[in-house]
Design a protein around this ligand. Structure first.
Ligand code: C2E
Ligand code: MG
Ligand code: MG
Ligand code: MG
Length: 287
């Protein structure tokens, strides 16, 4: 009897797994089609300088509205793009589009996220150089965000590539700091200009004393190492006040502004009042 049950359990998992695989394959096909048709979009979220209240940079974030399923999170479709290789052409499109767009926003820097899979592309560095030249976008205003996962994979030669990007004048940010396989050694061995403190710590500042202590320490660490610190996912005035008190350099989050399409972002840049942290026009945000 037990044997029979076991078999049924296997069948059950087989069926579930087959369904998951089929679903993923379907999404992959839809994503490829959406990309080829030009249906992917870019939204931009401001990074605000804490001292002056000025928008100093925007982070480009990919958006996909599926014809039947509605908006699909990049947390879902980026991993699919990574495993099927689509991330390389998608990432190239993002870089070209975002550089051309950001070149029209005077003085604003641009942050783009790069997946480990994009570091497997031997032409990454020359492609970045050519894209900057074509968009007439200064290398100093481009910042590449990477996560700790990249640094773990020696086969990707992360140090070599990051140094080559730095040689172009591009800035490097460690994204989602404090999650994953954080090692302080990375801050010493890799040429980071910025540490982005993960939203999981920032969102707990007011409720969890350990989270507040971690944020305080990372800001101090950034200061000692001469790196810019950016707090991600700032949603409340209380979090903002804490970060101001700790002299965190930059903030990013729904309290300031949500990611939004380029037209809305252009309008926001026109109406933004430096220092008016809590009056960011949330109605201008799409999602
Ligand atoms: P990330 O790079 O850490 O981007 C920040 C994420 O936090 C974005 O999610 C943003 O919308 C969200 N966020 C910002 N402020 C707040 C806030 O106050 N509250 C909350 N709850 N969330 C906030 P999004 O756009 O869903 O992107 C998720 C992740 O997907 C990104 O995390 C990034 O790792 C990845 N991603 C997005 N676009 C791209 C891309 O073009 N290429 C690559 N390689 N990865 C991308
Ligand atoms: Mg990022
Ligand atoms: Mg992040
Ligand atoms: Mg994050």
């Amino acid at each position: 009897r037990a044997k029979g049950e076991g078999r049924n359990t296997y069948r059950f998992f087989d069926a579930q797994m087959n369904e998951a695989i089929a679903e993923r394959r379907e999404l992959e096909g839809d994503l490829r089609e959406a990309f080829e048709r030009g249906d992917l979009e870019l939204h931009y979220q401001p990074l605000v300088d804490v001292g002056s209240g000025t928008i100093v940079a925007v982070e480009a974030l990919m958006r996909w509205q599926h014809p039947e399923r509605g908006w699909i999170s990049p947390a879902v479709f980026i991993p699919i793009a990574e495993t099927c290789g689509l991330i390389v052409p998608m990432g190239r499109w993002l870089l070209q589009t975002a550089c051309a767009q950001a070149a029209m926003w005077p003085g604003i820097s641009l942050s783009v996220n790069l997946s480990p899979a994009q570091f497997r592309d031997r032409d990454l560095v020359p492609f970045v150089a050519a894209t900057l030249a074509e968009a007439k976008f200064p290398a100093e205003r481009l910042e590449i965000e990477i996560t700790e996962g990249l640094l773990l994979d020696a086969s990707l030669k992360p140090l070599e590539t990051l140094l080559a990007l730095k040689a172009l004048g591009v800035k490097i940010a460690m994204d989602d700091f404090g999650t994953g396989y954080s090692s302080l050694g990375y801050l010493q061995s890799f040429p980071f200009d910025k540490i982005k403190i993960d939203r999981s710590f920032v969102s707990a500042i007011e409720t969890n004393p350990s989270a507040a202590a971690i944020v305080r320490s990372v800001v101090g660490l950034g200061q000692s190492l001469g790196m810019t610190t950016t707090a991600e996912g700032v949603e409340t005035a209380g979090q903002m006040a804490f970060l101001q008190g700790e002299r965190c350099d930059q903030v990013q989050g729904y309290l300031l502004a949500k990611p939004q399409d380029p037209l809305r972002l252009t309008a926001l840049l026109g109406t933004w009042r430096d220092g008016a942290f809590t009056t960011a026009d949330k109605d201008m945000s799409l999602q």
